[in-house]
Design a protein around this ligand. Structure first.
Ligand SMILES: Cc1ncc(COP(=O)(O)O)c(C=O)c1O
Length: 413
């Protein structure tokens, strides 16, 4: 294979139609940030918007803001914006709570769709919260509800007339492996099973077309590729055909059809609003809306094309420059089967990642041995990829990673 040169890489940057977006983010000088799949960068506009929300809307307008600044409709308004990114219609997405909580809402909704179906299925190796939520829900009524973890290659075979829901992550958090949403949804439907898609590592990283796939339910994080800020509110998608059939298990007052009637009895709001629970975090919503508005300006096909090209380049350069250092791919090599991240196994992965971070290349580590690098196409350039691999080669060839300070495990890896 011909060697890739810095000139080749610079040429790719010159052709990149998404390149102007990076100036709209606050990225520390000299830092190469390959962790947008964990916490997205700060959109510059978020600072002014948050200042306005805090000083004027909260500080001056106070409680009046629920009406005058339309705080009350933020979850549905921002949900409609996310809907455009994931192939959903207006009124099918609501923002709020965490992805974990929203998984619970969807699982419990599925249990209501057909009382004879009582088993919740997810796969081994899925992001833990998804599996944990099936266990927690089954624990409410262990003699009625079951939670099963099945092998990733056996998910469809495991479905039967007792299955209430199949919960899968679209882009795997460790390996970046992409699931075929249309094929799996269709196969599950043939067995009468609704699918809940966790889009945490897909939304904002690639085009997603939920309704074209006849999807049932979906959830996802706001703080990753949507650049909504640490702990940003998550989202829930419920296809219109199910919304009126669900009496939410998390029947909080803001999901009531008339919250300000303060009735003693719960009556669900029409449509997606019933999947709200309590008071939305308005500061978090405001930051998230800035990130989504920015994302909506980008062409999603161009975004996917660049994300694939950045990942391909990284894999090729690691082979070319770091071939002798023992990195084994932990992700699909074929970009069509991969989300917007690349991961490698290495027995010293934790220490190597800490040394890279100390040298200004931020990725992360996932036990037991995975170095994970995310490529957020709105602010990562092809030259960033070149520089990151250059620094990785230095860290490896100098054995800089082999120092005790890089081996101390921090609480967050
Ligand atoms: C696939 C996936 N699902 C769910 C979550 C957890 O989301 P939350 O902490 O918002 O509940 C994460 C977090 O990284 C994730 O990667």
């Amino acid at each position: 294979m011909t060697r890739i040169t810095f000139d080749d890489v610079s040429h790719l940057d010159e052709q990149d139609s998404l390149a102007p977006f990076s100036a709209r983010f606050d990225i520390p000088d000299g830092l190469i940030y390959l962790d947008g799949n964990s916490l997205g960068c700060l959109p510059k506009a978020a600072k002014d918007r948050l200042n306005e929300v805090v000083t004027r809307e909260w500080g001056q307008d106070l409680i009046r803001s629920w009406n005058s600044n339309d705080w009350i409709n933020a979850p549905a308004r921002i949900g409609n914006k996310i809907a455009k990114l994931i192939g959903a219609d207006d009124g099918e997405v609501i923002v709020g709570d965490s992805t974990s909580i929203n998984v619970f809402k969807c699982l419990s909704a599925c249990l209501q769709l057909d009382n004879s179906r009582t088993t919740l299925i997810t796969e081994t190796g899925n992001f833990p919260t998804d599996a944990y939520m099936t266990e927690g829900l089954a624990g409410i009524a262990p003699d009625r509800i079951g939670a099963r973890l099945v092998d990733p290659d056996e998910v469809i075979d495991s479905l039967d007339e007792t299955t209430a829901a199949l919960l899968l992550t679209h882009t795997h958090y460790k390996t970046g492996r992409l699931r075929d949403m249309a094929a799996i949804t269709s196969a599950a439907h043939q067995k009468g099973v609704p699918v809940i898609w966790d889009l945490s590592h897909s939304c904002g990283a690639m085009p997603v077309d939920l309704n074209a796939c006849d999807a049932d339910f979906a959830v996802g994080c706001g703080y990753k590729y949507l650049n909504g800020g640490p702990g940003a509110p998550a989202f829930t998608f419920v296809a219109k055909r199910y919304q009126e059939k669900v009496f939410p298990a998390l029947s909080g007052w803001l999901g009531h059809k008339q919250p300000f009637a303060f009735d003693d009895r719960y009556a669900p709001a029409p449509g997606i609003n019933r999947f709200q629970c309590g008071t939305p975090g308005i500061i978090g919503c405001a930051a998230l809306e800035v990130g989504i508005d920015l994302m909506l300006e980008a062409d999603m096909q161009a975004l996917r094309q660049k994300s694939s090209a950045l990942g391909d380049l990284f894999i090729q350069l690691v082979n070319q420059e770091c071939g002798e250092f023992g990195f084994e791919p932990a992700c699909p090599i074929n970009a069509a089967e991969r989300g917007s991240q690349v991961s490698f196994h290495h027995p010293d992965g934790y220490a190597i990642m800490q040394a890279l971070i100390a040298c200004g290349v931020i990725g992360d580590f996932r036990a037991p041995d995975i170095l994970r690098f995310g490529f957020a196409p709105l602010y990562i350039s092809y030259r960033d990829v070149w520089k990151a691999v250059d620094i990785l080669r230095d860290v490896m060839s100098s054995e800089a990673w082999n120092q005790s300070q890089f081996k101390q495990r921090a609480a967050v890896t």
